[in-house]
Write a protein that binds this ligand. Structure first.
Ligand code: FAD
Length: 400
């Protein structure tokens, strides 16, 4: 009998976690299974490129897992039974139950379409490659009649979408709608560059009022103003799935799983959470922001923590230092905001094509990490944690 580790979610956090853990354990003693909803890896930071019709390489998760012992199960986790140590997974061929001794929860986040009325019905949000392709066709059609696009949300996602759409469809009238100044937390220099680039690309910025409702063909703002659109792209923040809360795990107000410095649930030992779905304590007190970096740091780290614990060693706690925020503004302009240790912005920035090259390097670097998750000199230690008795046999599913 093996100790079964199940990783839920094959994104920036879950994929490297599963692969790196598998390199550090003896396969006759520990099994690693990755359960994820879709067969392709969704490179979310490039969805706005897809939405403007650009070709983006799509890699299958099975390709990243080639020549590894990680079992891949394609399907949606719909229920977690923490007491019985099982996950129900629903896929194209029905439901199955997968048992675990240790669970890594990495279900990421989705665009929040629920907190403002009418978003789900009347706006598009870049939640996956299919929607991005639909948005691309829609934008092309609306550009032919020089129509209007409203992008809602002045965070990094909204900023990137507005700039990309304006650059690729110069005939469109693009308005970025945000309660607060877009990128208001950036350094003065960065904000000046952003405003100049929006000006250059023809992006109008409407701030000072919240979107109260998205109706067919127009937004209604809190101050009563209406902003007409042909297409509305919603980027009003992320929400994490409620599965953790529904299962009884301790979560914060945003449904992110509360974890300690070893990324283990504060309420349920043996359950770990990483990436956007986890509320990971940051070095200066507050929780780490959602973003690829959180997944990129916590995914490999949880693998090392688990490998240590399974071998009876004390793990090194999670440490974190982030140095930059990378923002694309179309394909010709970009902005790298360098950060202090507490993530406040430095005055130092990088702009223009050099910044775009820098951002591409970081996104492509993540893909290199998915191929070579390390550790380079992996030592497969014997399992010392006893395998508990289980009432349900693990489903041994072939890679799909
Ligand atoms: C348009 C856009 C642009 C972005 N740009 C940037 C950027 O420039 N920089 C940055 O840092 N971040 C950016 N982000 C955010 C970034 O993509 C996320 O923060 C990051 O992907 C989170 O990683 P994760 O592994 O936690 O979750 P994800 O990458 O979302 O992975 C979660 C995985 O779990 C799977 N899953 C979900 N539910 C289930 C289920 N019930 N059962 C099984 N599998 C499930 C999903 O299919 C997915 O594979 C952007 C996001 C968007 C939408």
């Amino acid at each position: 009998m093996t100790h079964d580790v199940v990783v839920l979610g094959g994104g920036y956090a879950g994929l490297p976690a599963a692969k790196r853990l598998a390199r550090q354990v003896r396969h006759d003693e520990v099994s690693v299974t990755l359960v994820t909803a879709f067969p392709d890896f969704v490179e979310r930071p490039r969805l706005h490129q897809m939405a403007t019709g650009q070709q983006v390489e799509i890699v299958r998760i099975a390709d990243y897992l080639e020549r590894t012992p990680v079992r891949l199960v394609i399907g949606s986790a719909t229920r977690i039974d923490l007491a019985g140590r099982t996950v129900t997974v629903t896929g194209s061929s029905g439901s199955r139950v997968v048992s675990f001794d240790t669970l890594v929860y990495a279900l990421g986040s989705n665009v929040d379409v629920a907190s403002v009325a009418g978003v789900a019905e009347n706006a598009c949000s870049l939640v996956g490659t299919e929607v991005a392709a639909e948005v691309s066709s829609g934008l092309r059609a609306v550009a032919e009649r020089a129509g209007r696009v409203a992008v809602c949300g002045g965070g990094l996602t909204g900023i990137e979408i507005a700039a990309e759409v304006a650059e690729f469809f110069p005939a469109l009238d693009v308005t970025l709608v945000s309660r607060d100044a877009p990128g208001g937390w950036l350094s003065d220099k960065a904000q000046t560059y952003l405003a100049r680039t929006f000006d250059h690309l023809g992006v109008a910025v409407r701030t000072g009022s919240r979107v109260r409702e998205v109706q067919s063909g127009h937004l209604t703002l809190d101050d009563g103003d209406r902003i007409p659109f042909d297409i509305c792209l919603w980027a009003g923040g992320f929400r994490v799935p409620t599965l953790a809360r529904d299962s009884g795990l301790a979560v914060n107000g945003e449904d992110r799983v509360l974890v300690d410095k070893t990324l283990e649930s504060v309420s349920h030992p043996g359950i770990y959470a990483i990436g956007d779905a986890a509320a990971v304590p940051g070095p200066w007190g507050c929780e780490l922001a959602m973003g690829c970096r959180t997944g990129g740091f916590t995914g490999p780290k949880v693998a090392d923590i688990l490998a240590a614990r399974l071998a009876g060693r004390a793990p090194e706690p999670f440490r974190y230092r982030y140095i930059h925020e990378c923002i694309s503004l179309g394909r010709k302009h970009g902005l790298i905001q360098f950060l202090n240790a507490d993530e406040s912005p430095k005055q130092r920035i990088l702009t223009g094509r050099r910044a775009i090259a820098y951002k591409n390097m970081t996104l492509n670097g993540a893909k290199i990490l998915f191929r070579h998750t390390g550790p380079a000199l992996a030592r497969r230690r014997h399992l010392t944690t006893p395998v508990p008795e289980r009432s349900v046999e693990t489903v041994r599913s072939p890679a799909e």
